[in-house]
Write a protein that binds this ligand. Structure first.
Ligand code: ZN
Ligand code: ZN
Length: 378
């Protein structure tokens, strides 16, 4: 079969290169040996998707050194076998009736060794039940094992994120002039969302944020019925979803003359964000990118108003590893996709956040969100 037969069509006119799924289970097995587990039960459905290509809403994946077993229910009988065949992953599919984890437990009872559980996904009650069945001393809590494999995006993943970013850029370019026509936040958000969808996104990346005037001081404001008017700063944070992969972009737009205080906020965040993007490169500690943005904002006297971390990884999840924060211990590598999104928030005045999604490269980064960052004065 030629590569082109695997290409996934997109509504934006291009073909997406295939995802390279089949070798991921072997990478996981190597990682398991490093963290002292003989097997891993993958309960996080995004991780199941990454490892097998299966996108159903219920399932459990058992990975041992010799086998991989995906259990799901009858709703996904056809879908699971089709998606596993498409991905090329060597996974046995088992359809369960009543007990969602019965077959996984049965297999584990029959094989020796330690069993890793994803501590951020498996509930306390499930862990207790499994400890009774399998023996508490066999269970090992794990953190971030599959997340670590997901850090470096392959060409198929990066191209899906790039396409999602492109859709967001184009949607915003088309809808942005409406900000000068006095829409409410919710009206503008709905138009933006509709444009993202009509340009070919499978869905929105997350609930769109449109925060105008004083509402901008709330970083995660839900768009409401406030009418956008002359003198407002408007923070728009949104993204597109393409074949499971997200984009994430924020732009702050000045509607008319916003006055000296808000103009300064815009300038400082724009400078900080540009410096942050310039700081991104292979081998750079994630905390250093955060420090670059934070120090610039502090020097401008606005340090107290930068109330969140500088960025996060983007991929199958909108927020994934690594975190770009003061406390982050991660080091950026070529192939990571991260955001750089400093912001300032002044109650009663408004807010500014500017965010790009970037692909880390050997000597810097490739900006994937290309909407101009200079606020457009309408
Ligand atoms: Zn965002
Ligand atoms: Zn973000």
């Amino acid at each position: 079969m030629t590569v082109t037969e695997h290409l996934t069509p997109t509504a934006v006119g291009g073909e997406l290169p295939p995802l390279q799924v089949s070798h991921r289970l072997d990478r996981l097995r190597a990682a398991l040996a490093d963290c002292g587990c003989d097997s891993l039960v993958v309960a996080n459905l995004t991780n199941v998707r990454y490892l097998t290509g299966f996108t159903g809403s219920a399932g459990l994946l058992l990975v041992t050194q010799n086998e991989a077993l995906l259990t799901t229910d009858g709703r996904y009988r056809t879908q699971s076998s089709e998606q596993i065949a498409d991905s090329g992953a060597h996974v046995e599919v088992y359809i369960v009736d009543a007990e969602p984890d019965g077959e996984v437990l049965r297999r584990l009872l029959g094989s020796p060794g330690t069993i890793g559980l994803e501590s951020e996904t498996v509930s306390w009650s499930t862990q207790r039940r499994w400890a009774e069945e399998l023996g508490a001393d066999r269970l090992v809590p794990t953190t971030g094992v599959v997340a670590g494999l997901r850090l470096i995006k392959d060409i198929g993943e990066a191209s899906r994120i790039r396409t999602a970013c492109d859709i967001a850029d184009r949607a915003f370019a088309e809808v942005r002039p409406r900000l000068g026509e006095g829409p409410t936040e919710i009206e503008f958000a709905l138009e933006l969302d509709a444009r993202v969808r009509s340009l070919g996104a499978d869905d929105l990346s997350f609930d769109t944020i449109v925060a105008s005037g004083p509402n901008g001081a709330k970083p995660h404001h839900r768009p409401g019925d406030r009418r956008i008017s002359e003198g407002d700063l408007v923070v728009c944070d949104f993204g597109a979803l393409v074949d499971g992969y997200h984009s994430d972009m924020t732009r702050a737009v000045a509607v008319g003359d916003v006055g000296p205080e808000r103009r300064k906020m815009l300038e400082v965040v724009l400078e900080a964000q540009n410096l942050g993007v310039l700081a991104v490169a292979d081998g750079v500690p994630a905390s250093e990118v955060d420090a670059t943005c934070r120090q610039h904002i502090e020097r401008a006297g606005l340090g107290e108003t930068f109330v969140h971390s500088t960025g996060h990884g983007v991929g199958l999840d909108i927020h994934e590893d690594p975190r770009l924060s003061v406390r982050s211990t991660a080091t950026l590598s070529a192939g990571f996709v991260v955001t750089v999104e400093p912001g300032v928030y002044v109650p009663g005045v408004g807010g500014v956040r500017i965010e790009d999604t970037v692909l880390v490269t050997e000597d810097g980064c490739d900006r994937l969100t290309l909407t101009p960052k200079d606020p457009v004065l309408i």
